[in-house]
Design a protein. Structure first.
Length: 164
């Protein structure tokens, strides 16, 4: 089995970054670099090379420079972007709550006091399994803010299964 792909995503693809992390993929983003660097493209290529990341970009020329390691994302709509990566055999479309969508850290089981202390957890949440980002202290659970995303990804799965 090939190792799971890791991604580096350009500044134009913030939504895709969030979705890839919800799918569980290790996804770094260009926004963490200082802005306004005229040599940013070169930096991104070096970063992808150094960490063995697939560079996802809306810049066709940059994708070309990355060669095998670059993928040009032409699609504008998030679900089409995901379908494209699935069709290229790069990702599976199933939500795994293992990674923080904000900062890319691996989630851990949420400490009891973090669940009790958060004012945004559901009242009927006793049976839910909570996961927690140790870096930004955000709580995750199936449902809630991920519900819409999960639903959209499942719809997308059905769509591509029906495709000829
Ligand atoms: Zn986080």
């Amino acid at each position: 089995m090939t190792p799971e792909p890791r991604f580096l995503v350009d500044r134009m693809l913030g939504t895709l970054t969030r979705y890839l992390r919800l799918l569980g993929y290790d996804t770094a983003r260009a926004d963490t670099l200082p802005p306004g660097n005229p040599k940013e493209d070169t930096e991104l290529l070096q970063w992808a090379e150094r960490e063995g990341r697939i560079l996802l970009t809306r810049d066709r020329e940059l994708a070309g420079r990355a060669g095998e390691q670059g993928i040009y994302i032409r699609e504008k709509e998030i679900l089409n972007q995901l379908a494209y990566l699935k069709d290229r055999g790069k990702i599976d479309l199933s939500v795994r709550l293992i990674r923080c969508s904000i900062c890319n850290s691996l989630l851990e089981d949420a400490p009891e006091e973090e669940i009790r202390g958060a004012d945004y957890t559901p009242d009927e949440g006793r049976d839910l399994t909570f996961r927690w980002c140790p870096s930004c202290r955000r709580l995750y659970w199936m449902g809630s803010h991920t519900e819409d995303i999960i639903w959209r990804i499942e719809a997308l799965n059905q769509r591509s299964e029906k495709a000829p």
